[in-house]
Design a protein around this ligand. Structure first.
Ligand code: ARG
Length: 478
């Protein structure tokens, strides 16, 4: 717990606001119990909303002036005072006070200290309920934009490395058993697809987020002649939210941000798991740089893929954050309930965690060294071109695929019995299984010809991978 949430002994008092907060304390005689202050105050974490809170207040203030609800002189004093508050917070001089509960009241109380009475007019036609909903939407929107930019950086790394390794063969797996040769470029481009969808999910969620709750007031709207379209426009929202009850109680935008993050975290985790496997001594497919690994204090040979392991682990937090807010929101009656104050910490943790995980993954992808010789050897191990010989029998001998599959299976068994790979079988040996096999058939057994032949759209052939990477560049990086 930080200093400003630690209660003093006994009942804390607010120096300039009397025994109960003057923000809402008109009918309160005593101050809150210390434990009440601890459970109630959110300033320890919601101070992160200061920029959004001040922007929201400035927009609201301009609207109040424009509509003749407050005077231009009061409006100017408020706007100038808010600028000073912003500057105090940014320079680290702002006296955050726990007895003022949250960022909204901290900002307003300081404004009152700076400009005096006009500060009290800012909250006309507004409530903390629509205020916090507005601030939080603006914050999540910024977080979405930041995450989107970070994902673009990751896409750049993946696409660039995929282009570089469009022709680098490696084993493709199903059940983590060598299945058919693929290219490293193709494998990396699979993640480009996933991360591209993640960006799409963020963009979709952003569209739904981008409506303004401001002017919903406490829950029912207001009797003042406000202009919600104006404040919406000032804050970069597309329009005001249509229903004031929904305006103050909707947190779908936070849930959607975390849902998109959770799915993205799963993608990062799957890739991280592959990096962990690929760097192991048993695989040696890639090497991670010193920048993203650690040594062992006891085993000098070790180079541990800690960053990849931690990216994998962080997924748990992000999914947990999503779960936490889903459970907070479940069963809340309309409109605002204080439960909703607990929406922020999961979202902050989710955004921070994603920022770190995406940056670490981007660094690892740029830095990893691909062991092409190891990959090439591994690509052919485990009879990975068995499908190619079956396909050859279908094409050249007009065999039904089921029968061709059987022929290929017999060839695999023969190689297995002899302790060799498929390309090591002689033509004579292969003819014992299927007399129609010719020298041509042996050509398809090489890993290079196997990947080169997979030219179907979306397939692993190097030419297709280069095309896919070029298309991805246009789609995601331009
Ligand atoms: N700190 C509060 C929150 O984050 C602000 C809204 C308070 N509204 C209220 N009706 N008590 O939710």
């Amino acid at each position: 717990m930080s200093e400003n949430t630690k209660p003093a002994s006994g009942t804390p008092t607010a120096p300039s606001f009397g025994p109960a907060s003057s923000m809402w304390g008109g009918r309160f005689a005593g101050g809150p119990a210390a434990i009440m202050q601890r459970i109630n105050a959110s300033i320890d974490f919601d101070q992160r909303l200061y920029g959004q809170d001040i922007r929201g207040s400035q927009a609201h203030c301009r609207m109040l002036v424009k509509q003749g609800i407050i005077t231009a002189a009061d409006g100017d004093a408020i706007l100038q005072g808010l600028d000073q508050v912003l500057q105090e917070i940014e320079s680290g001089q702002f006296p955050f006070r726990v007895e003022l509960e949250d960022i909204h009241m901290n900002v307003e109380a300081r404004l009152a200290e700076i400009i005096g009475e006009p500060a009290g007019r800012l909250h006309t036609a507004r409530s903390r309920n629509d205020q916090v909903a507005t601030d939080f939407r603006l914050w999540v929107r910024d977080a979405m934009d930041g995450m989107d930019a970070a994902l673009q950086g990751l896409l750049k790394a993946l696409i660039s490395r995929a282009e570089e390794h469009a022709g680098t063969v490696m084993p493709g797996f199903t059940h983590l058993q060598a299945a058919q040769p693929v290219t490293m470029g193709h494998h990396l481009m699979a993640y480009v697809e996933m991360i591209g969808r993640d960006r799409g999910r963020l963009a979709d969620a952003r569209k739904r987020l981008n409506e303004s709750p401001l002017g919903s007031a406490a829950l029912a709207g207001t009797s003042f002649p406000i202009d919600r379209h104006f404040t919406a426009g000032q804050l970069g929202f597309d329009r005001p939210m249509a229903n004031s009850l929904d305006g103050v109680s909707d947190r779908d935008f936070a849930l959607e941000f975390m849902a998109a993050s959770a799915i993205c975290a799963i993608h990062l985790s799957r890739l991280a798991e592959e990096l962990v496997i690929w760097t192991s001594a048993q695989f040696r497919f890639i090497k991670l740089s010193d920048a993203f690994t650690t040594g062992s204090s006891i085993m000098p040979q070790k180079r541990n893929p800690d960053a990849a392991e931690l990216v994998r682990a962080k997924t748990g937090r992000v999914i947990g954050d999503l779960n936490a807010l889903l459970i907070v929101m479940k069963g809340l009656p309309l409109a605002y309930s204080k439960d909703m104050q607990d929406d922020k910490e999961p979202v902050f943790e989710c955004a921070d965690t994603m920022e770190l995980a995406i940056a670490a993954m981007t660094g690892m992808i740029w830095d990893m060294t691909v062991n092409e010789a190891v990959l090439e050897k591994a690509a052919g191990a485990g009879f990975t071109t068995a499908t190619d010989i079956a396909d050859w029998c279908v094409r050249a001998l007009k065999m039904p695929f089921r029968k061709a599959h059987h022929v290929a299976g017999s060839l695999v068994k023969m190689a297995e019995d002899k302790g060799c790979d498929l390309p090591d079988l002689s033509l004579e040996e292969m003819r014992q299984v299927e007399p129609g096999i010719t020298e041509d058939a042996r050509a398809v057994l090489s890993v290079a010809s196997s990947v080169a032949s997979r030219t179907s759209f979306g397939g692993t052939a190097p030419e297709r991978v280069r095309e896919a990477a070029a298309a991805a560049r246009v789609r995601w990086l331009s």
